[in-house]
Ligand binder design. Structure first.
Ligand SMILES: Cc1cc2nc3c(=O)[nH]c(=O)nc-3n(C[C@H](O)[C@H](O)[C@H](O)COP(=O)(O)O)c2cc1C
Length: 199
């Protein structure tokens, strides 16, 4: 028999009108990082895919992303251990999303198909994306296969000064996106914030 404290909270008589929702939808409540384009290059073939499940892990350009072997990009990442994270401005959202509709294994040139322009990176084999606000050249430093997680280390980063103030987009699930809104500056209030210059 269950103890009183084991009784699930949803069985409580008064939840102030709260409505239970399926946990399958909760990923839409925790906004991942802004939408990125993940580029790879394997066997002289450039590839690019939309990716929203990504997060910074520290202040030293370490990131975690989620992608699995069902994607061509995952296999290219495993093989080359290099990639670029490109940050698309809201103005190219449809192009960015179109990279998520095509399988790199079935398309010769996804950049061309999606209307994007590859540029050579300096320190990795994967290409930069010319239309993006910024590009981060990365090496894979770890892989947690059980959870389809790659840990990346950014080694070189490029900013397009003309797009510095462009709005980014955030994928919140089910084909919906949020464009950057009002900027709130609480620098003076954040006492533990490391002192970093703006982009
Ligand atoms: C907005 C958006 C976000 C996506 N986020 C991810 C993601 O975080 N991880 C993932 O594995 N796939 C994600 N996808 C799906 C891939 O982009 C899609 O499967 C793509 O076709 C893979 O391309 P590839 O086979 O060339 O690697 C996303 C797609 C879209 C449109």
């Amino acid at each position: 028999m269950k103890n009183k404290q084991d009784t699930p909270a949803q069985k409580a008589p008064n939840l102030n009108g709260l409505k239970e929702i399926s946990t399958d939808k909760t990923f839409m409540l925790i906004e991942p990082g802004n939408l990125v384009l993940l580029t790879t290059r394997d066997n002289s073939k450039n590839n690019v895919m939309a990716l929203s499940w990504i997060m910074p892990m520290d202040f030293a350009a370490r990131f975690a992303l989620v992608t699995g072997s069902w994607n061509y990009s995952c296999r290219a990442l495993e093989k080359t251990r290099q990639c670029v994270l490109a940050i698309p401005p809201a103005g190219i959202l449809k192009k960015a999303v179109s990279t998520g509709n095509l399988d790199g294994g079935e398309v010769d040139d996804k950049f061309a198909e999606c209307g994007l322009t590859p540029l050579p990176a300096r320190d990795v084999c994967a290409p930069l994306v010319a239309e993006c606000i910024a590009n981060i050249e990365c090496k894979i430093v770890d892989r947690i296969k059980k959870h389809d997680i790659f840990i990346l280390q950014g080694i070189t980063a490029w900013l397009n000064p003309k797009l510095r103030k462009a709005k980014r987009v955030h994928a919140v699930g089910n084909g919906t996106f949020i464009e950057d809104g009002r900027t709130i500056n609480l620098k003076k209030f954040m006492l533990k914030r490391p002192d970093i210059e703006d982009l």
